[in-house]
Design a protein. Sequence first.
Length: 345
Amino acid sequence: MKRILLLILIGFSAFVLVSGQLSFTEKKLRDKAYNEGIAYILQGQYELAAASFTQCTDLDSTFASAWLMMGRIFIEWGAVEDAISHFDMALVYDPGMGEAYFYKGYALYGSDTTGLDRSLFDLAISQGFTDPWAYYFRGISGIRAGMDEAALDDFNSAIGLRGDFALAYHERAGVKRRLGDLQGSHFDYQQAVSFQPDFALAYNNMGSVKILMGDYEGAIGDYSKALELDPSLFIALNNRGYARYYTEDAGGALKDFNAALTNSDQFAYAQLNKASLLAGQGQLAPALSILDGSLEEHPNDALLYLNRGLIRELLGDPEGACTDWNRALALGAEEAAEYLKECGR
């Protein structure tokens, strides 16, 4: 995942440690190299910045701020392990450097092997790094851990520190939706797009909240805006198709499902929705064919089995229907238990 170093740049570290072993000349050279490194970063000249910060640590290996800045450059370069090792060095020489805990946590963000470590953001905040991004990422880690209430508190803190924080409004909206506060969720999505008008995903998600509120026409408008901003956003095509289906625009819905599949031909829910639409029109064989193909690509999708079972039942294949419903139940679709009563199980 591409990292943008200055995205979360709030301020540069003050000189954290001054080694008593340095001569006046060495200290002056170290400080000059550090300031040059900062200037190079602001100009986007990361190679030159890295050389300057390396000069700092060559002159003073205990200079935590220079280790920190080198770690941030490695984030920019996508070298996560190198970044983490430099943040660890910063913490060796300054165990109370909250910023180093934060950037170590940020370096792990999106990692295929580790991901977000909530404890690092706890440490960053407890050591005084009370930046909006620290609360934001701790909130994200809370979501991933199923801690929506804690995540809500963190997004509240992030927004309290930065009132125009579109990403924090967006994530808080999702938490509020899961907690059942649809009005609050809708408000936060509105805030997100007001502060970031090109936020296509926020329009998409706002549309989905409107569906839950029964406003299908409003949802169609939001999905259309999302697609205006990002025509490749196939989930918005699928969702607009869903909304159109419930406004009795079957033709428009089918067009959207087909377009979603053109953008992503293995998108299971667009396949499912298209099959459901065709089945509702009495086109059972084409609907079954779509779900057969979808299950080859997504063999562990409970909803696909559940719906294929319904189509098989309509086609006069009760044994096949029961087999699919059993599989759906095993994969977690609890509603399949009701259908299985028809199978005598």
